[in-house]
Design a binder for this molecule. Structure first.
Ligand SMILES: Nc1ncnc2c1ncn2[C@@H]1O[C@H](COP(=O)(O)OP(=O)(O)OP(=O)(O)O)[C@@H](O)[C@H]1O
Ligand SMILES: [Mg+2]
Length: 281
C-alpha cells in the first residue's frame, strides 16, 4: 500500500501544484484545504503531512494537529513557529552561535529610540511576524523612527506592534537565499532589488534572481540555521558581510518559484525524495 501524505494548504500556488505532482509519484496524496476542511487535533490518518499554508499561525496549528496523530510533519509546529517569528529565530540562532544581524526587541517608541542609540542610525525596523518585505522600514533619524513607532503602535496584534531594530547593513540591495532539505544544502540563489528606490530584496517587491554558488561558510551557516530551528524543509536568507555571512531569516513554509527559475533545481522533487526516505526508516 502506498503511504498516505496530506498536503495541507490554504491557497494553492505553483509550489503546491509541484509538490502534489512530486509526492504523487509514490504516495497517495490528499489535499487538505484549511479554508474548507476542518483538521482534527489527533486522529488524522496520514503517514506524513506537508504543511503549506501561507498564514504562519494556520500552518503552525495544522502542524501541531498532525504531530498529535504521530504523522511525520514537514515542518513541525516548532520549526514553523521558530522560523515564522523573527524574534524567536534570532534567539535560536544566537543560542547556536550562528551570526545574524545585531537585533534589539523594542515594544514602545521609547524602547525603539533607546535601541537605535545602541545600533546607530540608519536602522531597519521590522515586525517579528511578516512577509514579502511588508512593514520592513528604515529610519535615518530619531524623528523618523518615532514616526514609524507611532504607526506600528496602532496595528492590531502584538507580533506586528513589536519592533525589531537592526543596523541598516550595506547589502547593495542583495541577499542569498538557500534551501535546505533534510540537513543538506539543495542550492542557493542571489536576490537583487531591481525597482528604482527599492532596497529590499524580496521577489514580491520585484527583485531579480540568479543562481549563486555558495562559499563553504555560507553552506555551513545555512545548514546550521536549519538545524537551529529543527527545520526539515526550509529556506535561509543570508547577508554577505566582510566578516562572513549573517543569517537574516529562516522560512518554514518556503516559496520556491524564483529558486527554480534561478537554479533549475526543483525543491518539490528534492523534498519528495527526502520524505520518501524518511518514511522508509
Ligand atoms: N538589517 C538590514 N539591513 C539591510 N537590509 C535589510 C535588513 N533587514 C532586512 N533588509 C532587507 O529587507 C528585506 C526584507 O526584510 P526581512 O527579510 O527581514 O523581512 P521579510 O522579507 O518581510 O520576511 P520574509 O522573508 O519572511 O517574507 C530583506 O530581504 C533585505 O533585503
Ligand atoms: Mg525576507
Amino acid at each position: 500500500m502506498k503511504p498516505v501524505v496530506h498536503l495541507v494548504v490554504d491557497y494553492v500556488r505553483e509550489e503546491e501544484r509541484l509538490l502534489r505532482r512530486s509526492l504523487g509519484a509514490w504516495a497517495e496524496v490528499h489535499v487538505v484545504n484549511l479554508r474548507e476542511d476542518p483538521v482534527p487535533i489527533g486522529g488524522a490518518v496520514a503517514d506524513a503531512a506537508v504543511i503549506r499554508p501561507v498564514s504562519m499561525y494556520r500552518a503552525a496549528y495544522a502542524a501541531g494537529a498532525y504531530e498529535a496523530s504521530g504523522s511525520f510533519t514537514v515542518n513541525t509546529s516548532e520549526a514553523i513557529i521558530y522560523s515564522g517569528d523573527k524574534a524567536l529565530t534570532y534567539a535560536r540562532l544566537a543560542a547556536a552561535n550562528i551570526a545574524s544581524p545585531a537585533t534589539l526587541i523594542a515594544s514602545s517608541e521609547e524602547a525603539a529610540l533607546r535601541a537605535a542609540e545602541e545600533t546607530g542610525y540608519p536602522v531597519v525596523v521590522k515586525p517579528p511576524v511578516g512577509s514579502w518585505g511588508r512593514l520592513v522600514s528604515k529610519a535615518r533619524s530619531p524623528e523618523k523612527l518615532a514616526q514609524v513607532a507611532r504607526l506600528r503602535s496602532a496595528l492590531p496584534c502584538t507580533p506586528q506592534r513589536v519592533m525589531l531594530i537592526q543596523p541598516l547593513l550595506e547589502t547593495g540591495g542583495s541577499d542569498i537565499r538557500c534551501i535546505v532539505v533534510a540537513g543538506q544544502l539543495l542550492g542557493c540563489m542571489r536576490r537583487r532589488a531591481s525597482r528604482p528606490g527599492e532596497w529590499r530584496s524580496n521577489v514580491a517587491l520585484g527583485a531579480r534572481v540568479e543562481a549563486h554558488r555558495p562559499s563553504p561558510e555560507e553552506e555551513d551557516a545555512a545548514i546550521r540555521a536549519a538545524r537551529a530551528v529543527n527545520g526539515y524543509f526550509v529556506s535561509i536568507d543570508l547577508f554577505e558581510t566582510r566578516d562572513g555571512p549573517l543569517v537574516n531569516e529562516v522560512n518554514g513554509v518556503p516559496e520556491f518559484k524564483g529558486f527554480i527559475r534561478a537554479t533549475g533545481v526543483n525543491p518539490a522533487e528534492a523534498l519528495s525524495k527526502a520524505l520518501r526516505e524518511s518514511l522508509r526508516r
